[in-house]
Design a protein around this ligand. Structure first.
Ligand SMILES: *Cc1c(COP(=O)(O)O)cnc(C)c1O
Ligand code: SF4
Length: 380
């Protein structure tokens, strides 16, 4: 298959494609399962459809595996475009080896394997090692793609830990990608969490709406909507990822009453441009997804070429704030190396601040002041 064929295969003409090239058994298979089955993990296969060097891809994917499905590949328009960069292995990943495996010290804050308990009332619970694609900048490379890292036993241990800790009221189910599990497994994990009395909010972190939106079936939505208050945070990085298929997936989830948020990673060569980010945030609101965070890239081994300056992040927030609705302006956060957690960074609008007044700069650069306290208090 060449790229053109893949595009035809993954974009809406999928039914026609199925009939043309697949046997009867595969015709009956759900579209998303077929896309998973047709996922490329072999550098030689990749070289058949894209202009890449097999040796390079092979070498890089020994460090972090290649995984790319026909749907996500179909979004590539040209070599090294913002989609390509996210999914195609690059020699830079092994050339400049600054960074560490676990800069956020998620493992140190793990009382049991695959559960990070850093904040007082909420935990991060990893239930799957697998994702629809492997993003080259992944923050959790140390686990993701390694089938030995997460299993039924660690999931059971995690559930037990949560049961034993009544201070936990919010669980973020993540991975890898929880929505790559079977409907039955998802139902079982989320159902087990919902059965714990002190758990109030359940969230899933998933890139499935972006990288395999066909997975969001009506059946899956029927399962998820039993467990409210239930939230999903997804991970769009570029406006071109907002396709009709992604929109359908988000619409189905939103119609199931699931509030949707988005966590974007700021990535050089992908979205380090205020205009691109603005378009992304506006398009997200249009598909009923609320921008939640923009992450400064973490110090992960082999991803330095994706990092931008912090000033770039501030420039992007300045381009958003006031220019589009506050609904579309996410928090720009640096996840502090060493396990300090997420710290929001904002362009400082305060020109001066004393007992009498605060002087502020608005989004157009104009200056305004506001009394620092009620007049009565100031007089007194
Ligand atoms: C991001 C994160 C959370 C969730 O943080 P929110 O700001 O509540 O979305 C929880 N635990 C860990 C370790 C995290 O990194
Ligand atoms: S979907 Fe998320 S966890 Fe999976 S490879 Fe991409 S960034 Fe990593």
């Amino acid at each position: 298959m060449n790229l053109e064929e893949i595009k035809k295969a993954a974009i809406p003409v999928c039914d026609e494609f199925k009939v043309k090239r697949l046997d009867m058994r595969r015709i009956q298979m759900e579209e998303w399962k077929q896309l998973v089955r047709d996922t490329i993990t072999d550098p030689i296969q990749l070289a058949e459809i894209l202009d890449v060097e097999v040796d390079v891809i092979k070498k890089v994917s020994e460090e972090f595996p290649l995984r790319a499905n026909p749907y996500y590949l179909s979004l590539i328009q040209e070599k090294e475009d913002p989609i390509w960069r996210q999914v195609i292995p690059d020699l830079k990943e092994i050339h400049y080896v600054a960074g560490v495996d676990d800069p956020l010290r998620e493992e140190e804050d793990s009382p049991v394997p695959n559960l990070t308990h850093r904040y007082p009332d909420r935990v991060l619970f990893y239930v799957n090692y697998m994702c629809p694609i492997y993003c080259r900048f992944c923050t959790r490379k140390r686990k993701v793609g390694d089938p030995h890292s997460i299993n039924q036993e660690t999931i059971e241990q995690g559930l037990q830990y949560i049961r034993e800790h009544p201070e936990i009221r919010d669980v973020i189910v993540s991975g890898g990608d929880p929505l790559m599990l079977s409907d039955r497994n998802i139902d079982s994990i989320i159902g087990s969490l919902r059965a714990i009395k002190h758990i109030e909010i359940i969230r899933i972190g998933s890139r499935v709406p972006v990288t395999l939106p066909q997975r969001i079936t009506p059946e899956l939505c029927d399962i998820l909507k039993q467990y409210h208050p239930f939230y999903i945070n997804t991970h769009f990085n570029h406006p071109r990822e907002i396709t009709p298929q992604a929109e359908l997936a988000c619409t189905r989830l939103a119609n199931a009453g699931i509030p949707l948020g988005n966590q974007t990673v700021l990535l050089r060569g992908v979205n380090d441009d205020p205009e691109v980010m603005k378009e992304l945030m506006i398009k997200l609101l249009n598909i009923r997804v609320k921008p939640y965070y923009i992450y400064q890239a973490d110090l992960i081994m082999g991803t330095d070429h994706f990092r931008t300056s912090v000033e770039k992040g501030l420039e992007i927030i300045r381009a958003l704030r006031g220019h589009i609705s506050g609904l579309g302006v996410p928090h720009y956060v640096i996840d502090a190396p060493g396990g300090g957690g997420k710290i929001a960074v904002t362009p400082d609008p305060v020109v001066s601040f004393d007992d009498e007044k605060i002087v502020l700069r608005n989004y157009e650069g104009n200056i305004y002041s506001y009394p620092s306290m009620p007049f009565e208090d100031f007089d007194g």
